[in-house]
Design a protein around this ligand. Structure first.
Ligand SMILES: Nc1ncnc2c1ncn2[C@@H]1O[C@H](COP(=O)(O)OP(=O)(O)OP(=O)(O)O)[C@@H](O)[C@H]1O
Ligand SMILES: O=P(O)(O)OC[C@H]1O[C@](O)(CO)[C@@H](O)[C@@H]1O
Length: 772
């Protein structure tokens, strides 16, 4: 993520004041509740400059966290009233000046109870067919929603709340093109809004009806009685209009309309003086005020911490929504609550429910608009909100992704030429960075392959070997002792030319004799699996991929080499911890993983390292200053305490252009030397604290294979051979994945994706996980 101070260096107090004052002079209309125009203050500039310091203090104080959203709001109100003289423009200028210099970033991580994302797995509400396991279904009602998705409902509502969260659909002023927000009394569009609201109601009624039948059938008491539902709306008329349409569908014969309650958490964003403006006009106005192009101006307006003139930021709304919905859940146990709200509320909810950190999820859901999900189904249980999904069809994004997937998956199957028991030969190669366990996999491919009557060949040095025709027959004698060998006994390579289709074409000449009755097994990381996919899709080679990379960055599987790399790293880490605790020294251990921090996290977690610097971190400089130096400030000098930090290769920071441990050691040593506690007093002889870096680098790729890696390798290889012989249509064109407890699954090569970083574990390591 680019640092805000670089993107927003055009933002100045003068620019902010000029822009804010210009907007504050807009003529209000009847349906807009714009903030009052502040009195003209000659000293507004000076007041804003002074308030910048107060914003900094606010951010500093915020880092210690807040009990709830109300406490956060109160602190913000004090900042506004006491340090900005209650002038929204002074607040606007001071706040956004700090935003532009990057000083507000820590707010995205402040612990606010009930708003911090839980680090535990959430109870899921809606799951795709592929993920529906007996464990998930246990004790739940499983309802088929169509489209291969299932809704898991509790068998009774004791201690739980069901929340049906709906947005208004299409209103007269559309949030796609305009800043709508809580200050504009918006109504449903008569032509498009009413039918949309009716379809939301019909879909909900259908689902409620189906569940009720199932509850009847299961002899469970029906807690889905629409007459007993609670209804909550915002102040905007369109939410009440939606409520009436939905209730008409849920209880068609009802005489009396339910009385909804106003719920503040359902209010939309506060856009202050921008309310009602066209978004393009807003961006043009900002571009003019700051003297930049529209694209640059949008970078400011789209920032989640950007505070609208006279209004709030998206982050403020997020805090209110998440805290407020927990409140609704807590206050109504055993009930079903229908919540009628706005797109920004649902966006906040999606971001919260997504497992990724706020800033990543914020980007993912940035295009959350009219055409997307209309109903979010939630269960509040054990103090937490559960997973989500749509009830009215799929969201636009989901549908597109799903259709594309189905088409490609059909094409994968169409390309499988092998029939059961037709395969006669198996050709294997290892590609990309080498890894432990390759030997064990190759040996098992040879042994099981021969047992199933296959002629087995190995290619030396990966795709490079294909291009050079280094394909060799293999016998028992070649693989003797191979399973315990480190790295790849048949070599590997990075061969960038293979991305060129002409080079692939040339390699095909050498594979020609194998095209009819053979399977090619590619062992390697994500890049190698892309190479495998290329020859499958471009030339119809019958390919199977096996995951092998110390990075362990492929989703849905453990990759070969990972466990061995962690085991070897652990030996060095434990040695360094021992000497650290004896000598009081500080150690930074750099492990590989320039593109992904899974290896670094695993090494750091099992060794109980003091901290972990990875590429995925949104702000490594802040991590160095706050966590690494902060920890050392507390722990240096504690008797027998070790000080060891794991650093992923090339993690960028401002102390060296190569990142990683480079420059870090000097920076830490120099900073520590300045600390008062390190100043030597007369007659004192403190321990000399060395600060050192150890780069484990390629040693981890050549790690000896652990029993775990050898076992995984054998499972993967055995299943590869068995399935390609017996049911090739289930495995050709796929990566064979190793799941927990020895389960083997296949993932189409076109669906191989990056493994998300385990932020939950990261948070737990730092003692900052939320929850009970
Ligand atoms: N898009 C592609 N098309 C064809 N071949 C590719 C493609 N991407 C990668 N390859 C081939 O796979 C090789 C290995 O890829 P890469 O260097 O990304 O390593 P990797 O398999 O991801 O392993 P590691 O995790 O160790 O980096 C490349 O050198 C190239 O030969
Ligand atoms: O030294 P090389 O071969 O360029 O590879 C370095 C990369 O390979 C990996 O070790 C994966 O094999 C990455 O962690 C690392 O960034």
């Amino acid at each position: 993520m680019e640092h805000p101070s670089r993107r927003l260096d055009f933002v100045t107090i003068d620019g902010l004041l000029a822009y804010g004052e210009c907007l504050a002079r807009r003529q209000p209309s009847d349906d807009l509740l714009l903030p009052a125009l502040p009195a003209t203050t000659a000293d507004r500039r000076r007041a804003a400059e002074a308030a910048v310091e107060a914003v900094r203090t606010f951010v500093h104080r915020a880092k210690t966290g807040f009990e709830d959203a109300a406490a956060y709001r109160a602190a913000r109100t004090t900042l506004f009233a006491d340090h900005c003289a209650g002038d929204p423009l002074v607040f606007f200028a001071a706040w956004n000046t700090c935003l532009a210099s990057g000083e507000l970033q820590p707010l995205l991580h402040i612990p606010i109870k009930t708003v911090s994302k839980p680090t535990h797995r959430r109870p899921v509400a809606i799951v795709p067919r592929a993920d529906l396991t007996p464990q998930l279904a246990e004790g739940r009602i499983v309802l088929d929603l169509g489209d291969d998705r299932f809704w898991l409902l509790p068998r009774d509502l004791t201690g739980r709340t069901l929340l049906f969260t709906m947005r208004h659909g299409v209103s007269r002023v559309e949030s796609k093109t305009h800043r709508v927000g809580r200050r504009l009394m918006n109504r449903l569009d008569p032509e498009r809004g009413f039918p949309r609201a009716d379809s939301v109601g019909a879909a909900l009624a259908r689902m409620v009806g189906v569940v009720a039948q199932q509850l009847d059938f299961l002899h469970l008491s029906n807690y889905l009685n629409p007459r007993a539902f609670l209804h909550f709306i915002s102040r905007s008329p369109n939410t009440e209009q939606l409520l009436h349409r939905v209730v008409a569908a849920l209880v068609p014969d009802s005489e009396s309309r339910p009385k909804p309650a106003l719920e503040p958490a359902l209010e939309s964003s506060d856009f202050g003086w921008v309310t009602g403006m066209e978004k393009t006009l807003e961006a043009e106005e900002a571009a003019r005020a700051f003297g930049v192009d529209v694209k640059s101006a949008k970078a400011l307006l789209k920032d989640p911490l950007y505070c609208y003139p006279g209004g709030n930021s998206f982050f403020d709304l997020y805090v209110d929504v998440i805290d407020g919905l927990h409140g609704v859940g807590r206050a109504n146990p055993g009930k079903v609550a229908c919540l009628y709200t706005h797109s920004s509320t649902l966006r906040a909810l999606m971001i919260y429910l997504d497992a990724r950190p706020f800033h990543e999820a914020f980007t993912e859901f940035s295009d959350y608009k009219e055409s997307q999900d209309n109903v979010v189904l939630l269960t509040f249980e054990q103090g937490r909100l559960s997973g989500y999904s749509t009830a009215v069809g799929l969201s636009e994004r989901e549908r597109i992704a799903r259709e594309a997937w189905q088409t490609v998956e059909r094409e994968r199957r169409d390309r499988v030429a092998l029939k059961p028991r037709q395969v006669k030969r198996l050709v294997a190669l290892v590609s990309g960075g080498d890894f432990a366990g390759a030997g064990a996999a190759l040996k098992e491919l040879r042994v099981t392959g021969n047992r199933f009557g296959l002629d087995v060949r190995f290619v030396r040095h990966g795709f490079l070997g294909l291009a050079n025709n280094w394909i060799e027959p293999v016998t028992e004698h070649h693989t003797r002792g191979m399973s315990s060998l480190a790295s790849s006994p048949i070599g590997s390579s990075r061969f960038e030319d293979f991305k060129d289709e002409r080079v692939q074409q040339a390699a095909m000449k050498h594979l020609a004799p194998y095209l009819n009755d053979s399977v090619v097994v590619v062992l390697g990381g994500d890049g190698s699996l892309r190479g495998a996919r290329a020859i499958y899709e471009n030339f119809g080679v019958q390919v199977i991929g096996l995951p092998g990379t110390i990075d362990n960055n492929i989703d849905g599987t453990t990759s070969l080499g990972f466990h061995s790399a962690v085991a070897l790293a652990n030996q060095s880490i434990e040695s360094l911890k021992a000497t650290s605790s004896a000598m009081g020294s500080i150690f930074f251990v750099e492990v590989m993983g320039a593109g992904s921090g899974h290896l670094a996290l695993a090494c750091a977690y099992q060794a109980r390292a003091e901290g972990l610097l990875v590429n995925e971190h949104p702000d490594p400089d802040a991590y160095i200053d706050e966590i690494i130096l902060g920890t050392l400030k507390r722990t240096l000098g504690v008797p027998n305490k070790s000080h060891l930090f794991v650093v992923a290769e090339r993690t960028p920071h401002r102390h060296h252009r190569e990142g990683g441990v480079h420059g870090l050691v000097d920076h830490v040593a120099e900073t520590i030397a300045q600390w008062p506690q390190r100043q030597v007093k007369a007659d004192q002889y403190p321990l000399t604290l060395a600060t050192k870096a150890t780069i484990l680098g390629h040693t981890l790729r050549g790690a000896p294979p652990t029993p775990e890696d050898k076992t995984i390798a054998q499972h993967l290889a055995y299943e590869t051979v068995r399935r390609v012989v017996e049911a090739p249509e289930t495995i050709v064109g796929c990566m064979v994945a190793y799941r927990d407890q020895g389960t083997i699954a296949t993932i189409p090569l076109h669906a191989v994706a990056a493994k998300p970083f385990n932020w939950a574990l990261f948070a737990r390591m730092h003692g900052s996980e939320a929850g009970d």
